[in-house]
Design a protein around this ligand. Structure first.
Ligand SMILES: [Ca+2]
Length: 324
C-alpha cells in the first residue's frame, strides 16, 4: 500500500491508494476560502467511479480596522497625524491589502509622510507601502505584503488642513480591502475651527424701546421687530420678532451699521444719557477676525409713553442697570 500526498499548486492535493484499487482525491480551490472536493475510485478488475462532490471551507482571514488622530480639533494650517491599525483576526494571512481613506473636504494628504509597520507577535518592523493619488478625496494606500494571523499593519500619515476645511464635515472614513475581504469602516471626526486664518466676524444686536435712556435694554423695554439696518457693505438686515438681529461672516475691520428710521414709523432715536458717542443714527464698530461684536439701537416713540416724563420715571439712580 502506498500513500502519497504532494502539494499541487497551492491547495490542491493528490492522494493515491493502490491495492486493491485506486482512489484519487482532488481538492480544487473555488475561491480563496472554499474548496471543492471530488473522489474517483477504481481497480484492476473494476471500472472507475466518481463520488459526489463535497465542498468545505478553509480557514479565513478577517480584517478589523481602527482609525485615530493625534488631535480632535484643528485649524486651517494645522497638520493632523492619522494612524490606521488593521488587524488580521482570521486564521490565515491576508495579502495585497489596500487601504482606502476618504478624507473630508479641505484636508490634503502629505504623500511623503505615509509610513507602514507590521507587527507580528512582539516583533514590529517597517514595511513598504505605496500611495495612489487621491481621486474624489479618496486616498488609496497599498501594501503588497501579507498580514499574518493576529498580526497588525499600522499606517501613519499626515494631512494638512486647508481653509476649505471650514466648509467640510471633518469626518473621514477608512476601509481596508484585499481581493476577497473587506474590513469594517473606521470613522474619525475632526472638529475644524476657524482659527486665525478666518477673516470673518459676527455682528449681533437689537433694536429696542429705551424708556430710561441708558442705552441698555431692561425688562419692560420691548424689542422692535422689522427694523431695517444697513451695513456699509450694502447688507440690509431686518430685526426679528424680538427686535434682534445677527449677521455671520462679516468681513473684519471697521464696520458701520445704520438704523433706517423710515422703517420705524412713530419712533425716533432715543438719547443716551451716559454715552454721548452712541447718540448717532450710524454706529462704528471694530470687528477683529473671528470675533463677535454688538451694536444696539435704542429708540423711543416720537409721541406718547416712553418719551414724555420717561427719564424721571425710569432713570437709574447711580448705574445703568442690567443688560438683557
Ligand atoms: Ca434702558
Amino acid at each position: 500500500m502506498r500513500l502519497k500526498i504532494k502539494p499541487w499548486k497551492c491547495s490542491q492535493l493528490l492522494l493515491s491508494l493502490l491495492l486493491p484499487g485506486i482512489i484519487v482525491l482532488e481538492a480544487m480551490p473555488v475561491t480563496a476560502d472554499e474548496i471543492n472536493n471530488t473522489a474517483v475510485f477504481g481497480g484492476d478488475n473494476i471500472g472507475s467511479f466518481n463520488t459526489n462532490n463535497t465542498t468545505f471551507r478553509a480557514g479565513e482571514a478577517d480584517l478589523q480596522i481602527t482609525k485615530t488622530a493625534n488631535k480632535s480639533a484643528a485649524e486651517p494650517g494645522d497638520t493632523v497625524i492619522y494612524r490606521v491599525v488593521i488587524r488580521n483576526t482570521g486564521a490565515v494571512s491576508a495579502s495585497n491589502l489596500t487601504l482606502n481613506d476618504t478624507l473630508p473636504l479641505g484636508l490634503r494628504l502629505a504623500e511623503k509622510s505615509v509610513q507602514g509597520s507590521l507587527t507580528d507577535g512582539s516583533t514590529t518592523s517597517e514595511v513598504e507601502v505605496s500611495t495612489t493619488p487621491a481621486q474624489n478625496r479618496t486616498v488609496a494606500i497599498n501594501y503588497a505584503g501579507s498580514i499574518p494571523p493576529q498580526g497588525t499593519l499600522s499606517v501613519v500619515y499626515a494631512v494638512t488642513v486647508t481653509p476649505d476645511g471650514m466648509r467640510g464635515s471633518g469626518r473621514n472614513l477608512a476601509v481596508a480591502t484585499t481581493e476577497t475581504l473587506t474590513s469594517n469602516t473606521a470613522s474619525h471626526l475632526l472638529r475644524i475651527r476657524p482659527g486665525i486664518l478666518s477673516d470673518c466676524a459676527t455682528l449681533i444686536g437689537r433694536v429696542f424701546v429705551d424708556k430710561n435712556f441708558d442705552g441698555e435694554q431692561q425688562r419692560g423695554e420691548p424689542g422692535v421687530p422689522n427694523a431695517v439696518i444697513f451695513m456699509d457693505d450694502g447688507n440690509r438686515i431686518i430685526t426679528d420678532a424680538n427686535g434682534m438681529y445677527s449677521v455671520a461672516n462679516v468681513i473684519s475691520g471697521n464696520r458701520t451699521a445704520t438704523l433706517d428710521y423710515t422703517s420705524l414709523p412713530g419712533y425716533i432715536q432715543a438719547p443716551n444719557l451716559y454715552k454721548i458717542k452712541n447718540n448717532s443714527q450710524s454706529r462704528l464698530v471694530r470687528l477683529a477676525p473671528g470675533s463677535m461684536a454688538r451694536i444696539n439701537f435704542a429708540v423711543t416713540p416720537a409721541f406718547g409713553e416712553g418719551k414724555v416724563g420717561a427719564k424721571k420715571r425710569f432713570a437709574p439712580k447711580s448705574s445703568k442697570g442690567g443688560r438683557l
